[in-house]
Design a protein around this ligand. Structure first.
Ligand code: ZN
Length: 85
C-alpha cells in the first residue's frame, strides 16, 4: 500500500495539517486522513441548502484539527466525548 503525504487545512482555524492519501482495504482511495486532526465526511442530507445530492455518491470531506475540537468540546456530541478532557 502506497501512502502519500499531502496537506489539508483545518476548516475552522486554517492550520495546515499533514494528510495521508492511500488506498483503503476496500480498494477505495482515502484522500483525507489528517494527522493531529479528525476527518468528517458527509453524503449530504435533506435540510442542507447547499449539499443534498440525493444518493449520487458525491461527498464532502473536511478536516478539523485536534486543538479546535478541544477548544470547542462543549459543541461536540457523541459517546466518544466522555474520554476527552
Ligand atoms: Zn483548527
Amino acid at each position: 500500500m502506497t501512502k502519500t503525504f499531502t496537506t489539508i487545512c483545518c476548516i475552522s482555524c486554517s492550520k495546515v495539517l499533514d494528510n495521508l492519501n492511500y488506498e483503503g482495504q476496500d480498494g477505495k482511495a482515502i484522500e483525507v486522513h489528517p494527522m493531529n486532526g479528525l476527518h468528517f465526511r458527509t453524503y449530504g442530507h435533506y435540510g442542507s441548502t447547499i449539499f443534498d445530492p440525493m444518493g449520487t455518491g458525491e461527498t464532502l470531506d473536511v478536516a478539523i484539527c485536534d486543538d479546535c475540537i478541544m477548544e470547542n468540546l462543549d459543541k461536540v456530541r457523541g459517546s466518544g466525548k466522555i474520554g476527552l478532557s
